[in-house]
Design a protein around this ligand. Sequence first.
Ligand SMILES: [Ca+2]
Length: 74
Amino acid sequence: MPNKFETAFAQADKDGSGTIDLAEAQQIVKALGFDYTEAQVETFFKKYDADNSGTLNKSEAEALVREVYPAAFE
Ligand SMILES: [Ca+2]
């Protein structure tokens, strides 16, 4: 069974590209039930966009969610 992160990522990545942009990252954070501001999410997003591509691949997104919500992987 997919964990909460897997579920939220799959829902946000509507085209199945395997990457999410900032707006999609905002959706994931909301889907996980957090109430971070958009500016806070943007800060996390930039921190974890390791290659500065403007998108997070799954491992980058996973690193972000592991910081804000480790329980999403249970
Ligand atoms: Ca990236």
